[in-house]
Ligand binder design. Structure first.
Ligand SMILES: Nc1ncnc2c1ncn2[C@@H]1O[C@H](COP(=O)(O)OP(=O)(O)OP(=O)(O)O)[C@@H](O)[C@H]1O
Length: 617
């Protein structure tokens, strides 16, 4: 018997462009408990459960003969790659497979009718967004456990096989299918059948006798203009804002029943609140075309249409565009941010940079999950941070009994920010501006107030004119002095952030764009410094400062050193972080009494561990 290691390495041989699988190495075992030592594996208790080789630029041949020798394999995903040619013919050699994700590739040709025969455990089959032709294989209709089938945006023709699975959700949109819709699917949303020549519930009734007389519905072309799409996406997100989900989280991909109900619930709601007809029609067209590119392993997959279906809320709008929060039907909240000023980079470079961003992982970075690419506009999708931005806590209106962020929390935040920055510096050794846009609205806070940097490392893909006008690093003194940005420029932004956190003053001059913005920001720094050492300078809303003054003053000095105009004299990041990390966090026994009972920020059950990351990130 071959070992798991040998089987996987054998399987890898027929893949092309497998650079992402470099760490598949016979000297290291593939699984380590619940973690994988090799990229793209899903492990549980040392057992290989799944392959998740997504968004890796892979092509070549998927060798199911090899995979069938792995007895514990239950799910395989090759989504968002460049595989082409026919779907592997021997998929059903892995009898026990539960999920098969081949969507978003260039597969073409017909699938044999019996391709899925005997796969009695199969629950999810995603073949959407390929170029598959011929009939939908009959064997799919015989899989008794099938709950989720996605065949949209292919060229399947003929009739839909007679599916009988009661819990099935199936998407057939934008194919060349014709004839009646099986009755078990009659409760499904109509858009799952759009762009075909189908009839019967949920679409119009089939003509009494001759199939030939089915009215021709125009085939919806998959590509819709980028702008139209974006406008619709946003309209819908906005629209669903009023349609906030009231139910609690549904089980993640688990109970399809609840998921199915949930789906209907939302669709019904959409009708209730009366989506304008035109928008609804466009929506039907666009919801099938959105191809999200996932850049991070181990996150839940969803499609643009899932975000469309989600309830949405505008979080705010910055210099790039607006940000929206969308809660997926399966529970988690995501943030969608529009960027219009990323049009000067080529598609390949853009994709590559996004993949790089997706590969980053640090406790103080907001995870970047997926992106949507159109020439004129991009959507970047990230996790949602429960406590919003640092800016809103420093400058937002506090509710009557709501205290401001206390000193220990601010200190932990700045230490976390430093760690996140340090990680970016290591991840982008050749970038002048590893962050480039560090400011308090780009420091988000999770449910325990751990800081998460956002909008990082975007300089390589942002249009230069926009960067000059709006990005924080471009307001640094060195840009005005000699039109030069250096690896110390982010340190200057860190300095401003430190002063802002200590004083509670908003560097309003961020808002001044273009010429003069930097001089203004510098005078802002001076205004802070003038009040130096009197104690007056510190934010009145900052509680928990007993026994902290010494450390607060030290941090003030650090902030000023980071804001040093002369780049040669300014500290580099290493020096700044060393100084920040020397600052002592309050010993809670020392001054426990100073915690007011309503001091919500300091009573969140933070443990020291949550903030003790290794110095090197
Ligand atoms: N992932 C997120 N989780 C929670 N809140 C967020 C998230 N992203 C953004 N926000 C909130 O949305 C607001 C707007 O953010 P956005 O990033 O669009 O603009 P900005 O940071 O103010 O400016 P810029 O576009 O220049 O970065 C922020 O102040 C923040 O409160």
């Amino acid at each position: 018997d071959d070992s798991e290691t040998e089987i996987l390495l054998d399987f890898k041989k027929t893949l092309s462009n497998a650079g992402a699988l470099e760490n598949w190495n016979k000297d290291v075992s593939p699984c380590n408990g619940n973690n994988a030592n090799w990229n793209g594996l899903l492990c549980k208790a040392n057992v290989l459960n799944g392959l998740q080789l997504e968004s890796m630029g892979l092509s070549g041949t998927i060798n199911f003969d090899s995979l069938s020798k792995l007895p514990t394999l239950r799910s395989v995903s090759f989504m968002n790659n460049n595989f082409d040619g026919p779907i592997p013919s021997n998929i059903n050699k892995i009898r026990a497979l539960r999920t098969l994700y081949l969507a978003n590739n260039n597969f073409s040709g017909e699938i044999p009718g019996d391709a899925f025969k005997g796969m009695n455990q199969m629950r999810r089959v995603y073949l959407g967004n390929n170029g598959l032709t011929g009939k939908i294989p009959n064997s799919l209709a015989t899989l008794s456990k099938l709950v989720d089938l996605q065949l949209q945006n292919n060229k399947f023709e003929g009739e839909i096989p007679n599916f009988k699975q009661k819990d099935l959700i199936a998407n057939f949109a934008n194919n060349k299918l014709e004839g009646p819709i099986p009755s078990v699917l009659s409760d499904e949303t109509a858009s799952f059948f759009a762009g075909n020549n189908l009839c019967g519930k949920p679409l119009n009734n089939c003509p009494a006798s001759k199939k030939k007389s089915i009215p021709k519905v125009p085939i919806i072309v998959a590509s819709v203009g980028a702008l139209a799409l974006a406008v619709i996406v946003i309209t819908l997100l906005l629209f669903h804002r009023r349609n906030r989900r009231k139910t609690s989280k549904v089980e993640r991909l688990g109970s399809t029943k609840s998921q199915k109900k949930e789906t209907k619930y939302n669709y019904d709601n959409r009708k209730e609140i009366g989506l304008p007809k035109q928008t609804a029609d466009n929506y039907k067209k666009t919801e099938q075309t959105g191809k999200l590119h996932f850049v991070r392993n181990g996150t839940e997959r969803f499609e643009l249409q899932d975000l469309l279906r989600a309830s949405a809320e505008v979080l705010g709008s910055g210099s790039f565009g607006s940000s929206y929060k969308a809660i997926l039907l399966s529970g988690p909240a995501m943030v969608v941010k529009r960027y219009k000023q990323m049009s000067n980079v080529g598609k390949e470079d853009f994709y590559e940079h996004m993949r790089k961003l997706g590969s980053l992982s640090h406790p103080n970075l907001l995870p970047f999950v997926a992106f949507y690419y159109k020439k004129e506009e991009k959507l970047l999708i990230t996790d949602f941070a429960e406590n919003g931005s640092l800016a809103s806590h420093l400058h937002g209106n506090l509710k009557p009994n709501q205290p401001g962020l206390d000193w220990p929390t601010r200190l932990r935040i700045i230490k976390g920010v430093g760690k996140g920055l340090n990680y970016l510096y290591k991840a982008f050794p050749s970038l002048a501006l590893p962050h480039g846009h560090l400011k308090s609205s780009n420091v988000l806070l999770d449910e325990t107030f751990v800081p998460l940097l956002s909008d990082y490392a975007l300089v390589p893909v942002i249009n230069k004119e926009h960067a000059y006008q709006f990005m924080v690093a471009y307001k640094s003194p060195e840009l005005a002095q000699n039109n030069r940005l250096t690896r110390k420029t982010d340190v200057w932004c860190l300095g401003i952030l430190i002063l802002e956190m200590l004083t509670g003053k908003f560097p309003a001059n961020y808002l001044k764009q273009g010429k003069g913005g930097n001089a203004d920001l510098a005078s802002w720094v001076n205004s802070v410094v003038r009040e130096e050492w009197t104690g007056e300078v510190f934010d009145k809303d900052m509680k928990g400062t007993a026994n902290g003054q010494g450390e607060m003053l030290k941090l003030l000095k650090i902030g000023m050193c980071c804001c040093e105009w002369n780049v040669e004299k300014r500290w580099d990041l290493k020096e700044a972080l060393e100084k920040i990390n020397e600052l002592k966090e309050r010993n809670s026994e020392e001054d426990h009494s100073s915690y007011a009972s309503d001091d919500i920020y300091s009573s969140r059950g933070l443990t020291d561990d949550e903030f003790t990351f290794s110095v090197n990130g």
